[in-house]
Design a protein around this ligand. Structure first.
Ligand SMILES: O=C(O)COP(=O)(O)O
Length: 247
């Protein structure tokens, strides 16, 4: 197996100190910076909007690499915005906003989004029940080609062509890195897609069961503790991916 050239990292629930909160783990960020000092691309792959993703990448010191926003719909690289697929979920998003305002409210980032729209759960609402209601609404209204998912933070409504794998593949193409040279780490069911764009998919220890089942490795610790464990392991192995899967 080749050497590591890119690490794809989800943000919410992965770089944060736990799932459901927004506080970044500065120790994990520093370890990622160390990895980047070895020439490894640190690629943020997230459901957040492009301005949030690009801004965060800049202030964390990772803006030499491409980053993936809106669950794969948008890639940002050297000031350029690249849309990975067409398709429009704006009608679906408007319907959700109009009909399900008793259980969901739109993310403040929605006005800055191009094709993936996020909705926060009102307090006490069960995510699976909310997903079911969104699914039924879109079915009733005859909307096709829309996929929905829950990140642990928000329900996302997006065209079916949008996936984190598609976004990551575009980002890797921009810097000439192969999927066989890429490791990915995430926390939610929406990160399962990353398996199609990486050699090794790692689930944080407190990840959704669906991701744990799909991942090659379930890391010890929760959220950013798992990231630190992975970076330490990669450095110990001199960035050789050989043997990583036996963890
Ligand atoms: O935007 C969200 O809902 C979650 O973002 P994430 O993909 O970084 O976990």
């Amino acid at each position: 197996m080749p050497r590591l050239r890119a690490l794809a990292v989800d943000i919410d629930g992965t770089l944060t100190i736990n799932r459901g909160i927004f506080t970044l783990d500065l120790e994990a960020i520093n370890m990622l910076r160390e990895l980047s000092s070895h020439g490894i691309h640190i690629i943020l792959v997230t459901g957040n909007s492009l301005p949030v993703t690009a801004g965060l990448a800049r202030y964390l010191g990772f803006d030499y690499s491409p980053h993936v926003a809106e669950n794969g719909c948008m890639v940002f690289y050297r000031g350029s915005r690249i849309r990975t697929c067409t398709g429009d979920a704006s009608t679906a998003a408007r319907l959700v906003e109009e009909h399900l305002s008793d259980i969901l409210y739109p993310s403040w980032q929605n006005p800055y989004r191009h094709c993936d729209y996020a909705f926060n759960l009102r307090s006490g609402v069960d995510p699976q029940a909310a997903l079911e209601k969104v699914r039924n609404l879109l079915h009733r209204e005859g909307l096709e080609g829309i996929s929905i998912g829950y990140s642990g933070y928000a329900i996302h409504v997006k065209p079916s062509c949008v996936s984190k794998a598609r976004g990551l593949l575009k980002a890797l193409e921009l810097v000439g890195v192969k999927t066989t040279e890429t490791v990915a780490i995430g926390d939610s069911a929406l990160d399962v897609e990353l398996k199609h764009a990486s050699a090794v998919l790692v689930a944080v220890g407190n990840a959704d069961e669906e991701l744990k089942q799909a991942a090659h490795i379930v890391a010890p610790g929760r959220s950013s503790e798992s990231v630190k464990w992975l970076v330490k392991l990669l450095l110990e192995k001199n960035l050789e991916l050989d043997g990583l899967l036996s963890q």
